[in-house]
Write a protein that binds this ligand. Structure first.
Ligand SMILES: Cc1cc2nc3c(=O)[nH]c(=O)nc-3n(C[C@H](O)[C@H](O)[C@H](O)COP(=O)(O)O)c2cc1C
Length: 201
């Protein structure tokens, strides 16, 4: 089985990246193949709200007018058995690069002109997913005060993910190069093996 991680941080080796590495290492030890995609390294155009991808009915995601890196990313996600989606909190929400990716997930909804709201094409959520988030503020405050985790869960759902755990790392901006703590590391490892056991069920 394969676990695919999407990194929405700008910092390789930062808090989100390190926490995701820990989850993937644990999933690897439990028998999974793993892959990590840094969204910042990929060419992802902004959704222009042309709604071309939302017009045709059916379960298949709609085709975007852009031929950028979204197709290979979405194909890799479709081929994965479990997902990890991580983003730092910037201005109370996900990073701009993660948001740019999430807006492009409108292709998973059918929304013909004339309809007030989109409907999700394929509501099946069968890939266990772990959400990873980090903030300068303490985790409890940041999590309660913002919709960041809800947004990441929504993105996971559109990608066929069923969240099985959230790793929220607060006080994540106290040093330029900050290591993750032991409790975070342990929780990450538990979540990594949980992804594999859930995917194998
Ligand atoms: C532009 C910007 C905006 C930020 N906004 C917030 C915020 O609204 N709330 C918060 O708690 N932390 C905020 N932070 C701190 C980041 O969440 C923190 O540095 C990040 O979680 C560390 O993750 P990384 O090492 O993967 O970059 C912000 C940081 C930057 C650079």
């Amino acid at each position: 089985m394969k676990v695919l991680a999407l990194v929405g941080s700008y910092r390789k080796g930062g808090i989100i990246d390190t926490a995701i590495d820990e989850i993937l290492a644990s999933a690897g030890e439990a028998g999974a193949r793993t892959e990590k995609i840094y969204l910042i390294d990929r060419r992802i155009e902004f959704c222009t709200n042309c709604r071309t991808c939302t017009q045709a009915p059916g379960e298949q995601r709609g085709e975007c007018i852009f031929d950028d890196d979204m197709n290979p990313i979405l194909e890799a996600i479709a081929a994965a058995d479990a997902l990890v989606i991580g983003s730092p909190m910037n201005f109370g929400t996900v990073t701009a690069v993660m948001k740019r990716f999430i807006e492009r997930l409108v292709c998973f909804a059918c929304w013909p002109w004339g309809e007030n709201a989109p409907t999700v094409r394929n509501p099946k959520k069968n890939k266990p997913a772990v959400i990873v988030a980090s903030s300068a503020a303490p985790a409890v405050i940041a999590r309660l005060a913002t919709g960041q985790v809800k947004l990441l869960k929504k993105a996971a759902g559109l990608l066929g993910g069923k969240p099985v755990g959230v790793l929220f790392i607060g006080l994540a901006a106290r040093k330029k190069q900050q290591a993750i703590g032991n409790r975070t590391r342990k929780k990450a490892r538990v979540l990594g093996s949980k992804l594999v056991s859930r995917a194998n069920h």
